[in-house]
Design a protein around this ligand. Structure first.
Ligand code: 3HC
Ligand code: NAI
Length: 706
């Protein structure tokens, strides 16, 4: 008898319960258990109908994604189980709570009826893993929900509510009382009717309901927004098959295309991303019984670009926020920008007026630190200046109540020095939000030398609660993301001085799939901001003794070319469109002359990609060897969620395995030889050397276990 799938009888109703925490994923044991349970339903003459439900927090949330890598997933056998369930003459009712996702919804669609609690959700999110539904979901969903909604749900991967699913016919009944009792009543009722069961596979999509241009439009949309994800194009083919072919012929089409996706490098990368994001939330070495602190009220100091966005995160989650500024004028300006942001969201129909008012009511402005006294967490987001921040931390150390957590949103400064300034370093850590702070999912959580374990654990949990993807970083210049950005931007500028244009550099980087090349990125973030970071880093002694280092950004700043906001930076902006500007090309040529850099006209896209990204990977390896980051997957999570690195490449460290660590090391050596290595720009990290000599990949981490 299965340990994860139980069968009990309630009169003539078999109640089949899947009980495999945390999300009842369809691993081998669950698949086998379902097969056995429904064989019993089939063979036991005393059973006239069945209910399939799940224990714990959710209905089946899909196939066990880990099995795709281990090779344990057997799609064909699972198909047979689903066909067996659907083929029963005894009605089977799926009782859904939580989320019926992927293989979970496919399982429910093989049942003859579906009921759900009001807050349940159903969806086929396989596309987010570079897959398509591989258990006949592409064939059954369009048959029950129509081709348009079916295609939309599968290609976007977005789940829909129980209400919407009921309107679409996917769910037959929403049950507001006890789900299991309600489902049993439905099953008894269906059995009593003695009518033939309804099998979705026997239904046909009515051609009259399929818009003539549905598939052409979907393909055109894909062409307009190309992606390296192999699934969307194949999903269109599958849904087309569902419309045009009988079920028995559509299923093999789906099976073939599913296998193609499953075997692709891109799907492997997206699956890596799924697990890496979840693993990043786990902090090694934290005591299991660590007592989390309660966070009921949050304080934010500084209501500028970041402070306002940070405050919105908490208000959106229903937490009251005290926002402290240095002057009434700055406070009014900050609150007005927050209101503007909410109003814009409301204008798009994504918030109601009353929701806007509710959220604004949670924000309380103040000019007095004493008002932070009842906050459980206070985040400072004042100017990026060590002296100012030290003063603010010292003030917060006194103003915050005992047990309150104090965080800094600094993007580069020494969190340990700030922690000391507070006088209570155990309560302090970094919470590095990304701009716009209310939108970007990444949160680097910077663990100081003296940060208390429960402080770190509390912030990691809180971060997930406000919808962020938290990643722990140790203390170093720029933490994980901005530190790795440094060599990337360094090479960008050398390439420009050697003769590449901003459009050429950006084009090469974007051809790889990054959302934005480095020149466009800095123009957007602000050339002045970027130049100031370099200046501060130089002051702090963090830069090599190389006058050519990031010379372009300094010059642009001095010329008042601050980026998009001044309509000129690395590019000139014509109607917000970036165009290469002869003035910038001349400036780069002048700088090359000044610094003795040879000009060339043979810079290829491949060279740009290697020179910008391989040193970035090398820096990632250093970050691992220094223990700044716990795992390569954490670094990938940072780059995907904070810097527009394509998820279907899996992040820079996963991508390094794809292009080969040996290759990365060889090319670093090549550039050391050809470009000179006076400032150790091309020196390979000890970790990379070790990986090469031992034939290791980042996927083999942690190496010490070997
Ligand atoms: N397979 C394996 N593990 C899974 C899983 C799955 N399908 N879904 C969740 N998990 C694991 C997570 O890795 C995590 O493990 P951990 O505790 O060790 O870190 C744990 O379950 C809890 O997951 P979350 O932290 O994500 O929990 P949430 O409550 O925040 O979210 C959820 C729950 C909405 C179900 C979310 O986990 C989720 O979206 N899961 C993936 C759903 C999915 O993509 N399903 C399709 C799978 S592919 C498929 O079905 C193919 C089929 O067509 C053949
Ligand atoms: P900003 O200049 O827009 O806002 C700073 C605000 O702090 C101003 O409104 C100012 O009046 C206020 N302030 C200054 N001193 C104060 C004090 N003593 N008490 C109360 N308020 C005070 O700056 P921005 O961009 O919001 O940056 C804030 C912090 O966030 C910096 O540490 C920065 O490095 C970091 N950061 C910025 C990012 C960005 O893209 N702008 C991204 C990630 C982090």
């Amino acid at each position: 008898m299965s340990t994860v799938v139980r069968l009990e009888t309630r009169g003539s109703v078999a109640v089949v319960c899947v009980d495999k925490p945390p999300v009842n994923a369809l691993g081998r044991a669950v698949r086998d258990g379902l097969q056995q349970a429904f064989e019993q339903v089939r063979d036991d003459d005393g059973i006239r109908s069945a209910v399939l439900h799940c224990a714990g927090r959710t209905f089946v949330a899909g196939a066990d994604i880990a099995e795709f890598d281990s090779g344990a997933f057997d799609g064909q056998l699972f198909h047979q189980t689903l066909d067996m369930i659907e083929g029963l003459d005894k009605p089977v009712v799926a009782a859904i709570h939580g989320t019926a996702l992927g293989g979970g919804l496919e399982l429910a669609l093989a049942c003859h009826s579906r009921v759900a609690v009001p807050d349940a959700k159903v969806g086929l999110p396989e596309v987010t893993l570079g897959l398509l539904p591989g258990a006949a979901g592409t064939q059954r969903l369009p048959r029950i929900a129509g081709a348009s909604l079916g295609l939309d749900m599968i290609i976007t991967g977005k789940p829909i509510s129980a209400k919407r699913a009921q309107e679409a016919g996917i769910i037959d009944q929403v049950i507001k009382t006890d789900l299991l009792e309600g489902a049993i009543a439905v099953a008894e009722n269906l059995a009593a009717q003695d009518a033939p069961v309804r099998r979705i596979s026997e239904m046909q999509v009515d051609p009259a309901t399929v818009p003539a241009s549905l598939f052409d439009d979907a393909r055109a949309t894909l062409q307009r927004r190309p992606t390296g994800n192999p699934a969307p194009e194949r999903i269109i083919q599958c849904v087309e098959a569902a419309v045009k072919l009988p079920f028995a012929e559509g299923v093999p089409v789906e099976a073939r295309l599913f296998r193609e996706c499953l075997n692709s490098r891109e799907s492997a990368a997206l699956r890596h991303r799924f697990f890496a994001e979840r693993e990043a939330a786990k902090v090694p070495g934290l005591p299991k019984d660590v007592q989390l602190r309660d966070i009921r009220r949050v304080g934010v100091v500084g209501a500028g670009t970041m402070g306002g966005g940070i405050a919105m995160n908490f208000a959106n989650a229903g937490l009251p926020v005290t926002l402290v500024e240095a002057s009434q004028e700055a406070l009014d300006r900050g609150l007005a920008i927050v209101r503007d942001n909410y109003d814009t969201t409301a204008a798009k129909g994504r918030l109601t007026e009353s929701q806007v008012e509710e959220r604004m009511a949670l924000l309380q402005g103040s000019l007095d630190d004493a008002d932070l006294g009842d906050c459980d967490l206070v985040i400072e987001a004042v100017f990026e200046n060590m002296d100012i921040k030290r003063q603010v931390l010292a003030r917060l150390g006194k103003a915050c109540k005992p047990g309150a957590i104090i965080a800094s949103n600094t993007s580069t400064l020494d969190v340990d020095a700030l922690a000391q300034a507070s006088g209570r370093p155990a309560d302090v850590l970094g919470m590095h939000f990304f701009s716009p702070a209310n939108v970007m999912r990444l949160l680097e959580v910077v663990r100081g030398a003296e940060t208390a374990p429960e402080v770190l654990a509390t912030v990691m949990r809180l971060a997930r609660g406000i919808g962020k993807v938290p990643v722990v970083s140790g203390v170093c210049y720029g933490f994980i993301g901005n530190r790795m950005l440094e060599p990337y931007l360094r090479e960008t500028e050398f390439l420009l001085m050697e003769g590449a244009t901003p459009a050429q550099v950006d084009g090469a980087i974007q051809s790889l799939g990054l959302a934005m090349g480095p020149c466009r990125m800095i123009d957007l973030a602000g050339v002045d901001v970027a130049a100031k970071v370099v200046q501060e880093n130089r002051k702090a002694g963090g830069l090599p003794d190389d006058p050519a280092y990031r010379a372009v950004v300094q010059k642009l700043m001095a010329m008042g070319r601050h980026g998009q906001k001044t309509k000129a930076g690395y590019y000139r902006y014509e109607n917000r469109k970036p165009v290469d500007d002869p003035e910038v090309m001349q400036l780069c040529a002048d700088l090359a002359k000044e610094h003795g850099i040879s000009r060339r006209d043979d810079i290829s896209d491949q060279e740009i990609i290697e020179r910008c990204l391989y040193p970035l990977i090398n820096e990632g390896a250093r970050i691992l060897e220094e223990g700044i980051s716990y795992r390569p997957g954490d670094i990938d999570t940072v780059w995907i969620n904070g810097y527009g690195f394509p998820d279907w490449l899996g992040g820079p460290m996963f991508w390094a395995d794809t292009v080969g660590v040996q290759n990365v090391a060889d090319r670093l050596a090549h550039y050391a030889e050809h470009r000179g290595d006076a400032h150790a720009y091309w020196d390979r990290s000890a970790l990379l050397e070790r990986m090469v000599s031992q034939g290791l990949r980042f996927a083999d981490w942690p190496f010490s276990d070997r």
